[in-house]
Design a protein around this ligand. Structure first.
Ligand code: C2E
Ligand code: CA
Ligand code: CA
Length: 437
């Protein structure tokens, strides 16, 4: 009896483990009257658990897991079956008489319960959860299939960011297949060195002259389909291709920018690339091989890694700065990064997000927010670039607020290296309305 219990339960929390959960699900599916009940399986993944483990060690991490399991028990109905699947993954199985959303909404209950801070060894720890849900009439699907669906829904939820609950839909399977094909195609393109780069001019606010360009990855399939970077960049990040993609963009943009004297080159770097301990070294080698002055290169980083892994971010940023490379904080104002972050990491530049610029047109407070943001950055002697400038009014407003560099369709859409050369270095007029994807 003892050993049976052990085989079906998790030693740390006393909850069911994966095989215990499977056993229960299978038993329910075969019970008499099972056609009338719906099984709803919730997969729960803690947000930010790895950070807790890394920062305070596994003992604190274990205590947190135990605290989470008690809180789930205290919150959910006594009928709910709770399991720990391993690591920071939990499952909650509920039974409903009907197909529709269970009442009360268990996903929501879990979210709310885990959003409250935990007190562990005198520390206040805030986490949260992502939840994936799959439901089916008991007996209509085998347990493994329900688990697979909940897992896919959880994967989606994590993709959408923290604190989200996603319910499985049939379309997810199709999407999963399509994504797998897209991943193969991207891998193939990368192996042929086939990622292209478009360049978008950065304009000096005072003189109106181009002072630099931002390199933006472009991917066109052989059949002519142009894929959007906000689709294929996350895909590359998820499938381990981002290092290769990033280096291809860096290499090609440096080769192009070498032909353009004096102007700066900004390149986007994914937070995942910074996790590669060799990243700085590789960038420095590319610069050396191309004989490109490091101070002309600016790496644009989004805030994600500053929050999820500040130590790693600092190491990478320090290394890059020591090599003479500049670092900009991209998309400022779209997330949580604060002015404190700017100072702490020693950014050389800040780029305010397009959303702040767009807000100027319809939100009366937006001007004041933008002005205050830029004033703070300027007080730290950090120059500010405004992106997504589409109208003269926006350009004027951000200039008056203290932006020293402007970027946006008003000046030029991203264009090919060849066009940039023709229009900017051979003296033709800028191609405002043209676009090369
Ligand atoms: P981002 O770094 O914020 O780049 C600016 C995006 O805004 C670009 O979209 C650009 O075409 C667009 N944009 C510029 N001016 C305007 C404007 O006036 N109006 C509007 N509506 N949009 C404007 P794009 O090229 O689609 O890139 C999207 C995102 O993909 C980039 O956002 C960046 O986060 C990412 N990305 C692009 N290339 C790379 C890359 O080589 N590596 C990495 N890691 N990320 C990249
Ligand atoms: Ca950028
Ligand atoms: Ca940006």
């Amino acid at each position: 009896m003892r050993s049976r219990h052990r085989a079906a339960h998790d030693a740390l929390t006393g909850l069911l483990n994966r095989s215990g959960l499977l056993e229960r699900m299978t038993a329910m599916s075969h019970a008499p009257g099972s056609e009338q009940i719906w099984l709803r399986l919730h997969f729960v993944d803690l947000d930010g658990f790895k950070g807790v483990n890394d920062a305070w060690g596994h003992a604190v991490g274990d205590e947190l897991i135990v605290a989470v399991s008690s809180r789930l028990r205290d919150t959910l109905s006594p009928d709910a079956i709770i399991a720990r699947l391993g690591g920071d993954e939990f499952a909650v199985l509920t039974i409903d008489a009907v197909q529709k959303q269970s009442s009360p909404d268990v996903g929501q209950q879990i979210q709310i319960a885990l959003q409250r801070a935990f007190e562990i060894r005198g520390r206040t720890i805030g986490i949260g959860a992502s939840v994936g849900v799959a439901a089916a009439p008991a007996g209509s699907l085998d347990s493994e299939e329900l688990i697979r669906r909940a897992d896919i829904a959880l994967y989606r939820a994590k993709d959408l960011g923290r604190g989200v609950t996603v319910e499985f839909e049939d379309g997810f399977d199709v999407d999963t297949k399509r994504l797998a094909q897209l991943e193969d195609a991207l891998r193939d393109t990368l192996s042929k060195n086939g990622i292209d780069v478009a360049f978008q001019p950065l304009i000096d606010a005072e003189s109106g002259a181009m002072c630099g360009v931002e390199a933006l990855a472009r991917w066109q399939s052989p059949d002519g389909t142009r894929h959007r970077p906000d689709v294929f960049i996350p895909l590359a990040e998820r499938s381990g291709l981002i290092d290769q993609l990033g280096m291809q963009v860096l290499g090609k943009s440096i080769d192009a920018a070498k032909q353009w004297p004096t102007i700066g080159l900004s390149v986007n770097v994914s937070p995942m690339q910074l996790k590669n301990p060799k990243f700085t070294q590789e960038v420095v080698e590319v610069l050396k091989a191309a004989d490109f002055e490091p101070h002309r290169l600016c790496i644009e980083l989004t805030e994600g890694i500053l929050i999820s892994d500040p130590d790693q971010a600092r190491r990478a940023i320090d290394g890059l700065k020591a090599a003479g490379i500049k670092i900009a904080l991209d998309d400022f104002g779209s997330g949580f990064a604060s002015i404190g972050t700017l100072r702490q990491f020693g950014f050389d530049r800040m780029k305010v997000d397009r959303s702040l610029v767009v807000a100027l047109d319809h939100d009366d407070n937006a001007g004041a927010v933008l002005q205050a943001t830029i004033a703070l950055a300027n007080a730290l002697h950090i120059p500010v670039t405004a992106e997504g400038i589409e109208t003269e009014q926006q350009a004027l407003a951000v200039k008056l607020s203290g932006c020293v560099e402007l970027q946006g369709y008003l000046f030029s859409k991203p264009i090919s290296a060849e066009e940039l050369r023709q229009f900017y270095f051979d003296g033709r007029s800028p191609p405002n309305k043209q676009y090369v994807g």
